[in-house]
Design a protein around this ligand. Sequence first.
Ligand SMILES: CC(C)(COP(=O)(O)OP(=O)(O)OC[C@H]1O[C@@H](n2cnc3c(N)ncnc32)[C@H](O)[C@@H]1OP(=O)(O)O)[C@@H](O)C(=O)NCCC(=O)NCCS
Length: 190
Amino acid sequence: MSTTMASSSSVTYYPPSKEIPLFHPSLIPRSVTRELPAGYTMRPIRAADYDRGVLDVLRVLTTVGDIQREEFEAQFNYWFKHNDTYFTLVIVNEFDRVVGVGSAVVERKLIHKCGNVTHIEDIAVARSEQGKKLGLHIIHALTDIGKSQGAYKVILDCSEDNVRFYEKCGFVRVGVEMSLKFGEIPKPSL
Ligand SMILES: CC(C)(COP(=O)(O)OP(=O)(O)OC[C@H]1O[C@@H](n2cnc3c(N)ncnc32)[C@H](O)[C@@H]1OP(=O)(O)O)[C@@H](O)C(=O)NCCC(=O)NCCS
């Protein structure tokens, strides 16, 4: 669904409006959307969600930093260009504010006959909205999207505090997460 604009030296992909969804909304299963509480809507993220508070919701999860509109839109445009890989969705409330967010990233592997694995990342529900099953619905939708992209499994990392939540979403504890952190590293331009 990407729109293409050609220039002499490179090809830039961008959505023609900031209200264009990142991916096709039909990928979000009806079995999930019909279970949302009244007044809440689940849909693919849009560039315009910068103004609907999506970054504030992510701040309940971790450090987000001071992201300028242009940086947000550049990241969105990168996802849009690769929208068979990046699937970020949001839940908005009746006041059109983002109250929940989560991402699925599809990794295309060689093992398992060039199989796909979906990684669930960056799940957050606004503090005042927690406990309404919004997190559960986000996970169910992302899992379904992952499956629809041919993944043979869905995996995620979480803190010990959230193990019970993910178990309630149907996940089981497997293996050990390891990490090697780097300091400030300049980011390649998108
Ligand atoms: C974790 C988080 C996404 C859960 O979202 P939520 O909308 O509040 O959770 P839900 O209402 O969908 O919870 C579903 C079930 O899991 C339970 N649950 C939720 N969080 C839990 C936790 N941390 N520990 C144990 N159980 C938990 C709920 O009680 C509910 O159980 P029930 O079905 O028996 O009633 C949300 O609390 C959050 O954003 N936390 C801060 C950011 C974060 O830690 N994100 C996860 C990163 S790995």
